[in-house]
Design a protein around this ligand. Structure first.
Ligand code: SAM
Length: 329
């Protein structure tokens, strides 16, 4: 039992931190094309503030951190920040989620900062389609980064794929087939219809059974047991494959009863559920000079209010108004 055990006896040891709401891409399922991030610089937590929050959270039971965004690698000083973060005693795991566009030039610094695991988002293997989905012609940069991440020894290199009917459904098996030649963990994510995005129609979202059906031509999916650092993905492997495929099913089989996550937004709000707009303001008290024990109390209060489960369903999409880019996924 830790200070961050909630009313439903879930031990929350995982903090996902969005370090910026800015992103160099405009993925159709994530953001509107003309989206301009709203947060003025002074409203975004400084690295020092994030480190102070982390240092207050570790004694409460946080041991695992993921850095996300927006796009974390567009924020200046990110590698120095990762280094400082890795020096915080009590953290056993630090990982990063990135779109990979700027990974190549940062990869050594990120690795030497102590980050061992990395998630790279890639929804297509086709350059033109990449441009359609993201608004930018940089498939080559991302693919090169993925190969470099493997070479640099990130273990695992996870590839996040949002499965969208009529957009990349014809490629899901080709993407999964990468697990035969590379030790990648390829994770197919059900589209979550939240916030405002260019493709806001839930009819594009594919549920896990349909995704599995698209993968079936590659062979039988053999279940893999979940390990200690595993999130909610259902893990599988094709016979003879070096890597794995996984399914993240927030809609068709949500994993709320096992949720161990808290999220800190770039604007300093603590969220206990990705799919609920309820949040606790941590930035204002921090900037007013609160003590570490007051910071700890904000965590404890937030955890007490963590909902048992989210209400998002395929047909009910207006529950969450916040943008995924502001929360970090
Ligand atoms: N910029 C980084 C990236 O692209 O990985 C980190 C932030 S991004 C919001 C984190 C993850 O959320 C990405 O893997 C992205 O594909 C996923 N994502 C964004 N919008 C989503 C949605 N509506 N449904 C499901 N996943 C989504």
């Amino acid at each position: 039992m830790s200070n961050l055990t909630d009313r439903y006896n879930r031990h929350l040891n995982y903090l996902r931190i969005s370090v910026t709401d800015r992103c160099n891409l405009r993925c159709v399922y994530c953001l509107p094309r003309n989206f301009v991030p709203k947060l003025p610089h002074q409203d975004i937590l400084t690295y020092e503030e994030i480190l102070r929050i982390v240092r207050a959270a570790v004694p409460l039971g946080i041991s695992k951190i993921r850095i996300t965004g927006g796009e974390p690698l567009v924020r200046k000083g990110i590698c120095d920040f990762l280094k400082e973060l890795s020096e915080v005693k009590g953290l056993s795991d630090i990982s990063v989620t990135t779109n990979g566009v700027f990974l190549k030039e940062n990869i050594e610094s990120i690795r030497s900062a102590g980050v061992k695991r990395i998630n790279i988002s890639l929804d297509t293997l086709n350059r033109e389609k990449f441009k359609e989905i993201t608004g930018q012609d940089c498939f080559g940069n991302v693919w090169e980064s993925i190969l470099l991440a493997e070479e640099a020894g990130f273990d695992p290199v996870k590839i996040n794929v949002v499965a969208l009917r009529g957009i990349n459904d014809d490629e899901l098996a080709d993407i999964a087939a990468l697990s035969f030649s590379h030790p990648f963990h390829i994770r197919f994510i059900e589209y979550m219809p939240i916030g405002k995005a260019a493709y806001q129609h839930s009819d594009k979202g594919m549920l896990a059974p349909e995704i599995i059906d698209r993968l079936s031509r590659l062979g039988k999916l053999l279940p893999v047991a979940n390990g200690i650092n595993d999130g909610p993905a259902e893990r599988y492997r094709f016979e003879g494959a070096k890597g794995e495929v996984g399914l993240i099913r927030p809609l068709s089989r949500h994993f709320c009863c096992k949720c161990n996550r808290l999220r800190l937004t770039a604007s300093g709000q603590l969220r206990t559920c990705l799919l609920s707009d309820r949040q606790e303001d941590i930035k204002t008290p921090l900037r007013k000079g609160c003590s570490d024990s007051e910071l700890a109390d904000i965590f404890i209060k937030a955890v007490r209010l963590k909902p048992f489960e989210h209400k998002l369903t395929v047909s009910h999409s207006d529950e969450v108004s916040a943008q995924m880019s502001a929360i970090g996924g």
